[in-house]
Design a protein around this ligand. Structure first.
Ligand code: SF4
Length: 411
């Protein structure tokens, strides 16, 4: 049996899990061989690192895994005891704690020889990475993507990025001794495109009613979209996922195990420490997540280097309020949405700060009900079961009333 056939036989979920495991193993192997290994921000242009075959690991992925496995509070408190404010993003606190204690039973990863930062998701990133660089006395590579108050990134922004891409490549060559290769870069862009398109196609299946998958799957599969976009096996795994969803649509199956009565947008990052509870409450109420901006966030689509740089200016937290709102309205239009549940995430000020106005305007423009709950993507102390349950219940009641009124109107 050929390798391709073996890959074909495995469910996409297994393939995606294997990619993540291999990603960490390769970083450990590189470290053990004496190669330079970095810590990297989730939306740093991975095409650069993949082209140069430089191994990096992602503190945000690690922090999510640690908090999902119950270690978030311990790590946050470790950072706070070292003097870091409780107001700092919990991903940053967990990562700063890990830099210090160098051990987390939930998920270990190699310590960094350099850090690669890109602030297209938030500026907290800069101070977090600067701090690691200073504490560990290692180089910081920074690609600065300013908040874009226009709709699309224009020539001036791309030009500003181009100079920084060139500088980052030079820095990486100096640090690692590895060389840039234009031909390899073209290939990596091609694979990343294939992955991005497959990811968008798979998550796009949420347009079907009922959806062939549970929206919480997107949170779980995201790790590969973050850490391995430029790898062929990721493209294959997401293409496999697309086929599975297609098959589910044909056979009426879904990975959502409840009865899909209501379809909502889940706004914001998952509450990793309370993932089970947040999911179960929705599932028990017949609510499936059929829209998150994460689908678009990691589906980078471009045809050339110019568009690649433009795409990195288009991450959810880097774009204007108007464009952000349009992303949510597009989900309503395409995915037959009944309401929106908004996670007001204490860690992520940049994302949650605009949510009060976004929620108001979303409700006004769509006529759909919304509810908010307070939480945190990694610090379990900022979430209350009772508040979440009450808010979800309230949202369900309004969606139920809306459905009943609609059915009455149709008869
Ligand atoms: S969760 Fe928000 S604040 Fe924290 S690193 Fe991500 S974008 Fe920045």
């Amino acid at each position: 049996m050929s390798n391709t056939e073996m890959v074909e036989e495995k469910p996409a979920k297994v393939l995606l899990g294997e990619i993540v495991a291999k990603h960490y193993q390769e970083a450990w192997d590189a470290k053990n061989r004496g190669e330079k290994v970095g810590w990297c921000a989730s939306n740093f242009p991975q095409e650069i690192l993949e082209t140069m075959d430089i191994k990096v690991v992602y503190p945000e992925n690690q922090a999510a895994a640690i908090s999902a496995k119950g270690g978030g509070q311990r790590m946050c408190e470790t950072a706070e005891n070292a003097g870091y404010s409780n107001d700092i993003c919990a991903y940053a606190r967990i990562s700063l704690a890990y830099m210090d204690v160098k051990d987390a039973p939930e998920l270990n990863m190699p310590q960094p020889d350099f850090v690669a930062c890109c602030n297209n998701i938030c500026n907290c990133m800069i101070k977090w990475y600067e701090n690691i660089a200073k504490e560990l006395d290692i180089p910081l590579i920074l690609i600065d993507v300013p908040y874009n108050d226009e709709y699309e990134a224009g020539d001036d922004r791309v030009e500003y990025l181009k100079g920084q891409f060139d500088h980052a490549i030079k820095q990486l060559e100096d640090i690692t001794g590895k060389k840039w290769d234009d031909k390899r870069f073209e290939k990596v862009m091609e694979i990343s495109q294939r992955t991005g398109k497959a990811w968008l196609e798979a998550t796009g299946y949420a347009k079907y009613t009922p959806s062939p998958f549970s929206g919480f799957d997107v949170f779980n599969h995201m790790a590969v979209a973050v850490c391995a976009r430029g790898k062929e096996e990721s493209a294959i795994a997401f293409e496999k996922l697309t086929k599975e969803f297609e098959e589910n649509v044909k056979t009426g199956k879904s990975t959502f195990k409840g009865e899909e009565k209501y379809r909502i947008i889940f706004e914001g990052i998952a509450c990793w420490p309370h993932l089970r509870h947040t999911f179960k409450q929705l599932k028990d109420g017949g609510v499936n997540v059929c829209g998150t901006v994460y689908a678009d966030a990691f589906g980078y689509i471009y045809n050339n280097t110019y568009e690649l740089m433009q795409a990195y200016c288009g991450t959810p937290n880097a774009i204007s309020y108007e464009r952000s709102l349009d992303m949510r309205l597009k989900l309503v239009e395409e995915n037959n949405i009944d309401g929106m549940l908004v996670h007001i995430n204490r860690s992520c000020k940049q994302w949650s700060g605009i949510m009060y106005e976004m929620e108001r305007e979303f409700r006004e423009r769509t006529g759909l009900p919304t509810a908010t709950f307070d939480g945190d993507q990694a610090d379990p102390r900022n979430f209350s079961d009772a508040q979440y349950d009450t808010r979800v219940q309230g949202l369900i009641e309004v969606m139920e009333a809306n459905k009943a009124a609609k059915m009455k109107g149709e008869h």
